[in-house]
Write a protein that binds this ligand. Structure first.
Ligand SMILES: *Cc1c(COP(=O)(O)O)cnc(C)c1O
Length: 498
């Protein structure tokens, strides 16, 4: 079938090495006359093994490759936890304005007052939306924001002369949480979930002790449910002298409705590339600004953006003056300018009321899917969900079809599969996040496809699932082998034979 209608790609693309042929060229210049080489014995006598190509072949190759991607601009992309929402073109246009796109990080501060104002104004929105007094704008992504928060927490404990070495992380946490804690030199200790998908407050309290530096929780958590005891957990954490890190990647379920500061959060990264559009599925840059409570604010990373008396903005680059306790620099330069512009444009175009509706619609859409599919797929937990709905694989019991098969079959229908096998606390998880930007028509099309596939899994065609997707150039990659022994180098066929 053709890929155009379903969005599914229909043919493999050769490598540029395979497309080249000797003598082809993309330039048309005569060899320079009377120009002797000065390389002497360092001059190459053989080719360097790059293919000879003309320009049209190269352009077509990359254009075809770009069409093999399933992107948010191609079709529905209900990836749980990662929030693949529509990216308004107006924001793209603004990010490309030369004053933002061409700004250089080493320009004198007096020439980049506009760019600093965008950073400062976005920081103000993030502080208001989270109810927390400080924000480090520089982290390059969510996981980097986690690192920023944990480094501030470590600096705060060290400033008090306390060497706390443990971090409590629930089973359902995103993998980056324990990874960041370990990377930062902490010991990671798991906390149990209850049967309702929420962290068990009693187990958390039991695990708190004088060597716990922080807890890392996600709210709504990665089971798509709201941690309703979060304030009690924050109080218990603070009473034990520890800090409360909240993974804010799911902030789109709460934004404009709940301020994490009111819940007792001390540090939280915000994935601008999830909550504030600019989805990262295409590998584009993200940004993970990290909001900090009053207790952690003095330790925020450099540089600090400060207001001068004359209304100018300045960058404090050294750990001196008000930034005397800063834990230092987190990265070179000043974050992802293009992502800041898009995120501020997002805030300004929705406005205060509109941002609240973002959260309401995200939750409404997820619950629409959940209730429409509740009798077909198997919801992992009873009751309504937040911005994403979690199913387990019990609806496939006895069919021989797995969650992976089901996800691959959705590709045939032109949908990007939801997140699968995460969170780990549920068997064969399917985590579906529609986002607020999808219309009811799109949701209905997805519901219909999922219902039809579920019916087929229970019918005579169950055996076909093992081969799905039938219409994609790469169907079932051996992902373990691809990760363990990647083939990173093309060899010419002759060399392979030799
Ligand atoms: C995406 C995500 C992260 C990590 O964010 P990156 O920007 O990918 O580093 C952390 N936690 C949760 C729950 C996420 O969904």
């Amino acid at each position: 079938m053709s890929g155009t209608q379903s969005g599914a790609p229909d043919r493999a693309e050769p490598l540029l090495f395979e497309l080249g042929s000797p003598g082809r060229s993309g330039i048309d210049l005569p060899a320079p006359a009377g120009c002797a080489t000065r390389l002497g014995s360092a001059e190459r006598s053989t080719g360097i093994g790059l293919p000879d190509l003309d320009e049209a072949t190269v352009v077509r190759h990359y254009t075809r490759l770009s069409r093999l991607n399933h992107g948010i601009d191609t079709a529905f992309y209900p990836l749980g936890s990662c929030t693949m929402k529509h990216n308004p073109r107006l924001h793209e246009k603004l990010a490309r304005l030369p004053g933002f796109a061409d700004v250089h990080p080493l320009q004198p501060v007096s020439t980049v007052q506009g760019a600093l104002t965008v950073i400062d104004e976005l920081a103000r929105w993030l502080r208001i939306l989270t109810g927390l007094p400080a924000v480090a704008m520089w982290p390059a992504a969510g996981a980097h924001g986690e690192l920023c928060g944990l480094m501030a927490i470590r600096a705060a404990h060290e400033a008090r002369g306390e060497a706390r070495h443990r971090i409590l992380v629930p089973d359902s946490a995103h993998g980056t949480n324990p990874a960041t804690a370990a990377f930062c030199g902490f010991e990671v200790e798991k906390v149990q979930e209850g049967a309702d998908g929420r962290v068990d407050t009693a187990s958390l309290e039991a695990a708190l002790s004088p060597d716990v530096a922080a807890i890392m929780l996600t709210n709504p958590n990665t089971c798509g449910v709201f941690e309703s005891d979060i304030q009690a957990m924050a109080e218990a954490t603070h009473a034990a002298g520890a800090y409360f890190y909240c993974d804010g990647a799911n902030f789109n379920a709460l934004v404009g409705k709940v301020k994490p500061g009111d819940l007792g959060v001390d540090a939280m990264h915000i994935n601008l590339h999830k909550t504030f559009s600019t989805p990262h599925g295409g590998g584009g840059p993200g940004a993970g600004p990290t909001v900090l409570s009053a207790a952690l604010a003095p330790f925020a990373p450099l540089p600090w953006v400060l207001h001068e008396d004359g209304g100018q903005l300045r960058l404090l680059e050294q750990a001196t003056g008000p930034a005397g306790a800063s834990f230092g620099r987190l990265r070179a330069f000043h974050g992802q300018m293009g992502t800041f512009v898009r995120a501020l444009a997002y805030c300004l175009s929705y406005g205060r009321e509109g941002i609240r509706q973002v959260a309401e619609d995200a939750v409404l859409n997820a619950n629409y899917l959940r209730s429409a599919l509740a009798d077909t797929l198997s919801p992992a937990y009873p009751g309504p969900c937040m911005h994403e709905c979690l199913f387990d694989d019990s609806f496939l019991d006895g069919t021989g079809v797995t969650t992976l098969d089901f996800a691959k079959a959705l590709i045939e229908r032109g949908f990007h599969p939801p997140t699968v096998y995460f969170p780990l606390v549920v068997s064969g998880a399917l985590l579906v996040e529609p986002t607020e930007t999808e219309s009811r028509t799109t949701l209905d099309a997805f519901i219909e496809a999922a219902r039809d596939l579920a019916a087929r899994a229970h019918g005579a065609e169950a055996g076909n699932f093992a081969d799905a997707p039938g219409n994609a150039p790469r169907r079932r990659a051996d992902e373990t082998r691809a990760a363990r022994s990647p083939v990173l180098r093309w060899k010419p066929p002759a060399a392979e034979r030799g």
